[in-house]
Ligand binder design. Structure first.
Ligand SMILES: [Cu+2]
Length: 330
């Protein structure tokens, strides 16, 4: 007996739905999610993978079915049947993508605003704030030309208050390293942050365009010479993660990497204390920076392209870091 086509369609629909829902959670395309931002972005990405995989099964399934079911019969040399189109079908396959695209755009806008894309920290914490919504892709200024908010991702709504200041770290990108200027004058080639606290990164570039990318945090922000950009992150998982330059910035761009270490609160305080103790004892070296290219052996010179956590940096760039003013706690 033949299965009725309505039942067959239902079964195929159930199969595609279940397969898509499973694949959306099990695609394995992303590294570990180590920030609140990553959880939001992954929710959006998994939704798109679910929809995309369902459409893939539907379209490819129909294609393979049609290729087999409607193939040329033995000895048939005639033309195919002439079709003028199907209005209901065309409305359906226009309406479904329209609804999908509209839904994803609303969802992604929601993720963006929940990540602080519309709610930047101001320099003066509110008093001078313009009444309009701040949009984070460009800096905004008041009538007198004073900067109200920088370009970038601001603080997640509801995660910090004026009484509870955010740890603020200046990050400088230069060929080919990242330099982190912490409060209290600590300077380091690695980014150390405490867990479960928002951290504001004030990004700047010394020479050319760079981009500050944290794959495990799902955030990336341009580093622009002469214009500060902002990136606020919310670490939720202790560990060591790569920091990658994601803007082709010169011949050793591929070696422009360092690491982000998310500590427990106690470990972070201990790290700060150890660095302050070393500074007070007269140690002015910047920790975790690599040898200058001129001082390297050939093997060391090529190492960044094999071992991604080593960097290349020019000595004159290093020397100019000393006089850089440090950022105050906001
Ligand atoms: Cu770079």
């Amino acid at each position: 007996m033949k299965i009725p086509s309505s039942i067959l369609t239902l079964l195929i629909g159930i199969f595609i739905t279940l397969a898509s829902l499973w694949y959306g959670q099990n695609h394995g395309l992303l590294p570990v999610a180590a920030s609140k931002e990553a959880e939001l972005v992954d929710g959006l990405f998994n939704t798109m993978m679910t929809i995309g995989f369902g459409l893939f099964l539907l379209v490819e399934g129909a294609l393979i079915y049609a290729a087999i079911a409607f193939r040329r019969k033995e000895g048939d040399m005639g033309d195919g049947e002439h079709l003028e189109g199907n209005i209901p079908l065309e409305i359906v396959w226009t309406a479904i993508p329209a609804v999908v695209v509209l839904g994803i755009s609303i969802y992604s806008f929601d993720v963006y605003s929940r990540m602080g894309g519309l709610e930047l920290m101001n320099h003066d914490m509110g008093a001078m704030r313009a009444p309009s919504v701040e949009v984070a892709y460009a800096p905004s200024y008041d009538a007198d030309g004073n900067l109200i908010s920088e370009a970038g991702l601001g603080i997640m709504p509801g995660t910090a208050t004026e009484e509870n200041p955010v740890l603020s770290i200046d990050v400088q990108g230069l060929q080919y390293a990242f330099i982190f200027n912490y409060p209290n004058g600590i300077v380091d080639g690695e980014l150390h942050v405490p867990i479960n606290e928002p951290v504001a990164l004030n990004l700047n570039a010394k020479d050319v365009l760079h981009a500050f990318w944290l794959p495990e945090f799902r955030v990336k922000q341009d580093m622009i010479p002469g214009q500060e950009t902002k990136l606020v992150i919310n670490p939720i998982l202790e560990g060591t993660y790569p920091v990658v330059c994601a803007e082709l910035c010169g011949p050793y761009h591929g070696g422009m990497r360092t690491q982000l270490i998310v500590h427990s609160k106690e470990d972070y305080d201990a790290w700060v204390d150890s660095r302050l103790t070393a500074m007070n004892a007269g140690d002015t070296t910047i920790a975790n920076l690599p040898k200058a290219p001129a001082d390297r052996t050939e093997a060391e010179y090529l190492a960044p392209f094999v071992e991604p956590l080593q960097l290349a940096i020019a000595p004159e760039s290093l020397a100019s870091l000393r006089d850089r003013s440090t950022h105050q706690i906001q």
